[in-house]
Design a binder for this molecule. Sequence first.
Ligand SMILES: N[C@@H](CCC(=O)N[C@@H](CS)C(=O)NCC(=O)O)C(=O)O
Length: 228
Amino acid sequence: MSKPTFYFHPFSGPCRTVSTVAKILNVEMEMKKLDLLTQEHLKPEFLKVNPFHKIPTFVDTDGFTIDESRVIAMYLLQSRKPDSFLYPNNDLKKRTQIDRWLHYDISFATIISTPMYCKFRGKPVQDHQVEQGKETLKTLDGVMASFGGKFLTGSDQITLADIAMYFSCNTMEIYSEYFKFDDYPNLKSWYQRVAEALKQYDTEGEIPKAIEMIKQFAQQRMAESAKQ
Ligand SMILES: N[C@@H](CCC(=O)N[C@@H](CS)C(=O)NCC(=O)O)C(=O)O
């Protein structure tokens, strides 16, 4: 049987959201790694697949093509296992709560990763970017104070919302100059709970390995841009 195709890079948090959901669902994909550093994503072959030149990009067996990690994950769940606890089709309020966090995560991911990407590119980090990140994290940490060991939608099980937010928060583990988990204890304990919950699906330990590899890459990249 043919498999869907997945354009990805192991360093990409959005790609990890999709591959984790695919793993949980036991969906096998034809993995096509694109090296952003050598600009493989800008080659005409890939631009034909996705003119926005973004990974992750997913091509289903019938040719249906879609990008945006959260949307790919929602599509995978709804097309393969619509009653999954990750994104239940049969519980409108639960699914709406998950959607709420997924939409929140879109801006959250940008806010907390912007200072790191400025550093990567040797661009100055602005005070307001750091202030906005700290305010966002403080509010989130305050909300999480009432979680009492639970996950984002108040349940005992992770959902797609926890997975997407977890991979956005990886940035804080990779590069902690501006935003440190120790300053946000409720966020830290939720993050650790998700990491623990994901271990049963990540049997080869690929998630921590990827985070470690990105950390090393980030350190090298920072050292190079500091020299310039
Ligand atoms: N909101 C998108 C973000 C995707 C994204 O920014 N991907 C990066 C890699 S992590 C990329 O493809 N960059 C190449 C480019 O923008 O040309 C998602 O969640 O899928």
